[in-house]
Ligand binder design. Structure first.
Ligand code: ADP
Ligand code: MG
Length: 713
């Protein structure tokens, strides 16, 4: 049988899923082989259901984890956490210890597993900690499996942890997410009890499947652009004559080198127990997408951070550079994440799957109405949860959902909700058939509703898809916000239904009355049309929906007392924790814009202006030589004149950037406003000059790889 015989390849592929799946995670066989049966059971309960782990078995788990890690080639372990930097953090410790006789041994105790104390002073803390106030703690999260990261020949055991300040405030992405899941669970359980469907159910969890877009460019070319290296996006760059006008990249055949890269990424993800499922070319040239199967949201968030890291590391091994920034290139589509979200019971029932009729339908509609009410009442903070400097370039351009939050329900659900608003129930229609008119092709099943790609928040049959999350962002924060506002709405709705049932005695009547009222009051947030159109922006304004175009416009929504009180009420964040986060978000925004401004100035001074003046000299020399030879060259003189004009314009714009940078002062909130009003417009003017100069300077003098080089090489 030859090497590429089909059967052999299928066996290899099966082995890839079967043998390698999860080999680098402390789950399944890796746990069972090393723990006593009773410890396995308790550990499983903690992992699967989030039940508190009995501290008496922590030593046994730690020891088993250490043996597994050492057997797998690890010498070190780390508490792996997600500080407010937006990335992950790890400090490695070796398993080395000494026994009573001074002999070296390997050791990893339960207390080392459960708690560690990293220096917290260099992580963003929104000013609650000074540099000398260093103490912070990491605490093991047993609901997310420990895993081994390979880096060259090194292997490190990583233990997912929460990160808190010595003063008790959480300083990470994971903690509020975990707490928000508890809030959803409590309120969703009340809804299930109301409808009498809580039998055997002890918890409700949220599920996430996040579609990740990314760009791949040649590593060497990328390294020649300081903007890509320092900012993750091009700060200048004339349009390539070809972009995605022909729609020929979307779902096109995947280039061979990229497919090899994707297969490598997938293998690493499988090893880490990350269920990669979908891969394809996206709309823009050199843009691709990866989507996993859905998982419990806490695990999905950790896996999402790991996925981004794997995408970047593997790219480097393939001579590629992976860009996750929201807008690496002007003029073509940017990069987002589609955050598919649902709620499921621990018995496996998806609460956003419409039942056929009757009470199960009302239960489903209760969850849908909670989402509708949450989005209408808290659109501003959900919008703010995806605000960052990168996403400002994307939201509102005709490629990504606008900065206005609305929900797409689809015709079918819309019809059912309209009935509900009128005090009636309606069944969902069965799928119809599409006959393609040729007998050889089987009939297709048509869904009751169409899809809408322009909506920021869409119902997709059994889940909601929040499409405004940025490509580089952690999904933990938007999901913590989303869970909290939905928990709040569930609380409000169920409380009202419980009171109503006391008055009228019928679950169905009470539910219809309350849910109908919710739809009547909040239906302005439902929009099924084209969210990219100018008419929608006018309509949204008429409806009074918040239109928060930029980070500086959006983030202040978190400053309101009622918002801080809501996070506090549902145990997700204290007022101080909300403040910390918003301070850090503003500070990060200001730092990002500051880095971009300084990078741009450096590129203008050291790359663009020298190239432009060299070309200026070349033309001037050519004109002088031509005229000395007795030949007039008026059009070349015109070109020189234009070039000098562009160079003067750029020099002025560079001075404007410098003066705008000097104006950026005051609180983080104030700095963001100055950046938005003064600095960003100056950078945009400078960019326009750079791009015009790039379009007229001789290619052999241009010091940067162009858009054509990066996207079509
Ligand atoms: P499309 O691009 O058509 O939306 P994809 O297959 O690219 O579809 O992605 C769909 C995503 O939705 C996947 O990541 C999948 O895991 C996720 N998903 C499916 N069902 C659920 C669910 N119940 N909860 C959360 N995510 C889900
Ligand atoms: Mg997709």
């Amino acid at each position: 049988m030859s090497d590429d015989h089909g059967e052999r390849r299928i066996r290899d592929a099966a082995a890839q899923f079967g043998d390698c799946y999860g080999i680098l995670t402390f789950t399944g066989e890796n746990v069972r082989r090393r723990l006593s049966p009773s410890a396995v059971e308790r550990f499983d309960r903690a992992l699967q259901r989030g039940e508190r782990l009995d501290p008496t078995i922590a030593d046994e788990v730690a020891n088993a984890m250490k043996d597994w890690a050492i057997d797998s080639g690890c010498t070190h372990y780390c508490h792996w956490f997600q500080p407010l930097t937006g990335s992950t953090a790890e400090k490695h410790d070796s398993f080395l210890s000494f026994d009573g006789n001074g002999q070296p041994i390997t050791e990893f105790s339960g207390s080392q597993l459960i708690q560690a104390e990293p220096d917290a002073s260099s992580f963003p803390s929104g000013g609650i900690r000074d540099t000398w106030e260093a103490r912070g703690y990491t605490a093991w999260d047993p609901t997310s499996p420990a895993f081994i990261v390979r880096n060259g020949s090194e292997r490190t055991l990583c233990i997912p942890t929460c990160f808190v300040s010595w003063t008790g405030e959480s300083l990470d992405q994971k903690t509020p997410l975990l707490r928000s899941n508890d809030a959803i669970s409590t309120q969703a359980m009340r809804a299930l009890r109301f409808f009498g469907s809580d039998r055997g159910v002890s918890a409700v969890t949220t599920t996430l499947g996040v579609e990740q877009e990314y760009f791949l460019v040649d590593k060497e070319l990328a390294s020649m652009r300081p903007d890509l290296m320092l900012c993750g996006r091009t700060l200048m760059g004339a349009d390539s004559p070809k972009g995605h006008q022909l729609d020929d990249h979307y779902f096109g055949s995947i280039p061979q080198n990229v497919l090899a890269y994707m297969a490598d990424v997938e293998e690493r993800l499988y090893q880490l127990g990350i269920p990669a499922k979908t891969r394809h070319n996206e709309v823009a040239p050199q843009q691709f997408e990866l989507a996993p199967l859905c998982e419990r949201s806490n695990v999905a968030c950790d896996h999402q951070m790991l996925t981004m890291s794997v995408l970047k590391t593997v790219a480097s091994n393939h001579g590629l550079h992976c860009l996750l920034h929201e807008k690496p290139f002007q003029g073509i589509n940017g990069t987002g994440k589609h955050n598919n979200w649902s709620m499921t019971t621990d018995t496996g029932h998806n609460l956003l799957s419409p039942g056929k009729a009757g009470e199960s339908n009302l239960q489903f509609l209760t969850f849908v109405c909670a989402v509708v009410r949450a989005l209408d009442m808290h659109a501003d903070i959900l919008r703010a949860s995806v605000a960052n400097a990168g996403n400002d370039h994307r939201l509102g351009a005709n490629e990504a959902p606008p900065a206005i939050l609305s929900i797409y329900m689809g015709e079918e659900l819309e019809r059912v909700l309209e009935k509900l608003a009128a005090g009636e129930t309606a069944d969902f229609e069965a799928k119809s058939e599409i006959d393609l008119g040729t007998p050889a092709v089987p009939h297709l099943q048509r869904h009751a509703g169409d899809r809408n790609r322009t909506s920021p928040f869409a119902f997709i049959g059994n889940r909601f898809e929040f499409r405004a999350v940025g490509g580089l962002a952690s999904i933990a924060w938007p999901n913590a916000v989303m869970n909290t506002i939905i928990a709040e709405s569930l609380d409000w709705i169920v409380t009202k239904m419980e009171k109503q049932v006391d008055a009228c005695g019928s679950i169905e009547t009470a539910a219809i009355e309350v849910l109908g009222g919710v739809i009547r009051e909040h239906q302005r947030v439902i929009f099924n049309g084209d969210n990219y159109s100018a008419e929608w922006h006018e309509e949204a304004e008429r409806r009074g929906l918040p239109i928060l175009k930029t980070t500086a416009d959006a983030l202040p929504a978190f400053r309101s007392d009622s918002v801080r009180e809501m996070f506090q009420r549902y145990g997700v964040m204290s007022g101080a924790e909300v403040d910390i986060r918003v301070d850090v978000l503003f500070e990060t925004y200001n730092h990002v814009i500051g880095i971009e401004a300084r990078t741009m100035l450096q590129m203008i001074e050291t790359l663009v202006l020298p190239a432009a003046t060299r070309y200026q000299t070349e033309i001037a020399t050519a004109i002088a030589a031509t005229e000395a030879a007795g030949v007039e060259c008026p059009t070349t003189g015109g070109r020189l004149h234009n070039l000098v004009g562009f160079v003067t314009g750029l020099e002025q714009a560079a001075l404007d950037i410098q003066s705008a940078m000097d104006l950026v002062a005051g609180s983080p909130d104030e700095q963001a406003i100055v950046s938005q009003k003064e600095l960003i417009p100056a950078m945009e003017r400078a960019r326009a000059c750079c791009d015009t100069i790039e379009s007229c300077v001789s290619a052999d003098l241009w010091p940067l790889p162009t858009y054509t080089d990066l996207l079509f090489d």
